[in-house]
Design a protein. Sequence first.
Length: 175
Amino acid sequence: MPLNFEQKKAVVAEVAEVASSAYSAVAAEYAGLTVEEMTELRAKARQSGVYLRVVKNTLARRAVEDTDFACMQDGLTGPLVLAFSQEDPGSAARVMKDFAKENDKLVVKMVSIGGKMLEASELETLAKMPTYDQAISMLMAVMKAPVEKLARTVNEVPGKLVRTVAAIRDAKEAA
């Protein structure tokens, strides 16, 4: 059933709004996937905070026109599913990578982050990016390390003194 003009405008507006606030985008060919497999992919995407949508390429080109993902316009050909990361930069890449492992019919064609187009082979790199919580914990560990080392060093001075006094005491008792 074809979309009328108002429905097309609504689709373009919805995708443009998501694209303007997204961290990264992944486009993949889905030809050959069954309805059940697509439903499974959509469920995984929802759980990971990823906006997943199959959009006509002409509408997708218009939607990403004034966003960081304008670099994807030339590659929007064929049956594509678009995935936009809403929560962290690597979430869409993780969802697509994990699903493509199980289903070889899902083929990643384009990856974009920060207004730059990446090779499809760099999906793995983007998928390995830490989530917000992981990045914060890594930062806290780096910030905490010097303080812990200082505390251990300061604590070592009285500990060494106690061990020295104990060694002298043991030597006098033995003599």
